[in-house]
Design a protein around this ligand. Structure first.
Ligand SMILES: Cc1ncc(C[n+]2csc(CCOP(=O)(O)OP(=O)(O)O)c2C)c(N)n1
Length: 331
């Protein structure tokens, strides 16, 4: 099976200035949302725990830009970006983080369990690898019903070592399911470097099952978008499951308590920060459109949207105590 390498900005896509502006805005929206979440967590206003994806924004934005509104995604414990890129409302997301009844899961799910069926988001999942089976099931449903929809599954390099991935990719390949497996290879699973726990190349595992693999610069939103477009088109056309291996990096710690990151060097972090996907997208805007888009204005507009989302979420009520176990167990 041929491997497609997508590494640089691809000219053939030639995104319009409006498309570029929209991609840039989404990258900034995810960054601002998560920075605000970090700040709220530090002030003990967010319940439970949260994992931010700062640095990884190009993957959800690039992939979701290749999807239709009804296509499915499943997400991970590091899922704010996937959720926002698929169209979730930041106000309802903050309401969920604040434990309010107006949140996506009635305030009971928190950061790691946001689902938004109205945008095709079948849910984030704190069980590492848990969303792989859900996406594959959604792809099976799409195939059997002839809906023409595609299911995308986001997961980390750590999750790729769970046995379920091989099981579901095997089924997806046998049945030619419209599923796109998107591995966000951010180099670490909690505090463990990938090399310590992962044999060989993750893409080779998919290739061994006859699943087409695209290896992508996950810091480049246009490269991700190009690869995702190719993969989604093939999956939708009935050509079977596809695998995107996106090389990326989380700039911060695994979770809120991981402050010193002793398992990696500041030098390594600086090298990845130099490839910041937001700065990269801004550079494309500048070079291709001669500053046609005012980055500062977009940032200010997004910061305002986030401020309003937090304010409206904070004004919402907490759930009724009697609703605590509702929708938690199957009846
Ligand atoms: C089945 C399972 N095992 C272990 C954990 C604890 N855990 C939470 S996140 C994580 C690391 C996951 O790494 P990766 O899939 O690469 O995602 P990343 O955090 O890098 O985004 C682990 C082991 C869990 N939540 N679920």
């Amino acid at each position: 099976m041929a491997t497609t390498n997508v590494t640089a900005v691809t000219e053939d896509l030639d995104p319009s200035v409006d498309e570029l502006r929209s991609l840039y805005r989404q990258l900034v929206l995810i960054r601002e949302f998560e920075q605000a979440a970090l700040d709220l967590y530090a002030r003990a206003q967010i319940f439970g725990i949260a994992h931010v994806s700062i640095g990884q924004e190009a993957v959800p934005v690039g992939v979701c830009s290749a999807l239709g509104a009804d296509d499915y995604i499943t997400s991970t414990h590091r899922g704010h970006g996937h959720c926002l890129a698929k169209g979730a409302d930041p106000g309802r997301m903050f309401a969920e983080l604040f434990g309010r009844a107006a949140g996506y899961c009635g305030g009971k799910g928190g950061s790691m369990h946001i689902a938004d069926p109205s945008t095709g988001n079948l849910g984030a999942n704190a069980i590492v690898g848990g969303s792989l089976g859900i996406a594959t099931g959604a792809a099976l449903g799409a195939k059997l019903s002839g809906s023409g929809l595609v299911a995308v599954c986001f997961f980390g390099d750590g999750a790729a070592n769970q046995g379920i991935l091989l099981e579901v990719m095997n089924m997806a390949a046998i049945w030619s399911l419209p599923c796109v497996y998107v591995c966000e290879d951010n180099q670490y699973g909690e505090y463990t470097p990938k090399q310590a726990v992962t044999a060989g190349d993750l893409g080779d595992r998919a290739e061994a099952l006859g699943v087409e693999v695209r290896r992508v610069d996950g810091m480049d939103v246009l490269a991700v978008r190009a690869a995702a477009r190719g993969a989604v088109a093939k999956a939708r056309a009935g050509e079977g499951p596809q695998f995107l291996l996106c090389e990326t990096y989380r700039f911060l710690g695994h979770g809120m308590s991981d402050r010193d990151r002793r398992y990696r060097t500041r030098q390594e972090e600086a090298e990845w920060r130099a490839r910041d996907p937001i700065a990269g997208a801004a550079e494309v805007l500048r070079s291709r459109h001669a500053m046609a888009v005012d980055e500062a204005a977009i940032r200010a507009e997004v910061a305002d949207e986030i401020r309003q989302a937090i304010e409206s979420a904070r004004a919402e009520a907490f759930p009724d105590p009697e609703a605590v176990s509702r929708n938690v167990y199957a009846d």
